[in-house]
Write a protein of this length. Structure first.
Length: 175
């Protein structure tokens, strides 16, 4: 330990590639479901290989300007799969958080303002996806993990002269 404050939080986390997705939300919001869906998406090749860090309760620690997540020791390697119960799976001992997903977020909007797309945890700013109640989180997370920053724009695309409609670029991240 570095003497830094370690917080135990009600959340799940999945290591995807070299960064973790921290999934927060109230009980019953679908944190375990999204964690399992991310693991399956990693296995199918939709996103980089993914591994559970922790389900239901994780520990967060600010370390060297990054937010580190670890599983709660007594829950390490366990995930709830609704309809099947608690299952054991491989897990990562710790990971650096690269994305926060807030389920049932009261500030979720169709076109969120830039300030809603960042979370500050222990003084560290991390990209954030606010997901409204009843909305599917997995497609949003996959888009955030696979699309480059240049695929979003403050300006409508040149082929839309009226400046209305969807402006989604097909540019995908190549990492």
């Amino acid at each position: 330990m570095t003497g830094a404050r370690v917080a135990s939080v009600h959340a799940s986390a999945v290591l995807t590639g070299n960064r973790a997705v921290l999934i927060r939300g109230p009980s019953g919001a679908g944190k375990s479901r999204l964690a399992f869906d991310l693991i399956l998406a990693g296995r199918s090749g939709q996103i980089p290989p993914s591994l559970l860090v922790g389900d239901d309760r994780v520990h967060l620690e600010a370390r060297n300007g990054q937010l580190v997540v670890r599983p709660a020791r007594e829950l390490a390697g366990l995930i709830e799969i609704r309809g099947l119960g608690i299952r054991r799976c491989d897990f990562a001992g710790e990971a650096i958080v690269g994305l926060v997903v807030d389920l049932d977020a009261p500030d979720a909007e169709r076109l969120p303002p830039p300030e809603a797309l960042a979370a500050r945890i222990d003084g560290i700013e991390i990209p954030r996806i606010p997901v409204g109640a009843g909305h599917a989180a997995l497609p949003l997370v996959i888009a955030a993990l696979t699309m480059t920053a240049s695929s979003s724009s403050d300006r409508p695309s040149a082929d839309c002269s009226k400046g209305i409609g969807n402006h989604i670029s097909s540019t995908l991240a190549t990492e």
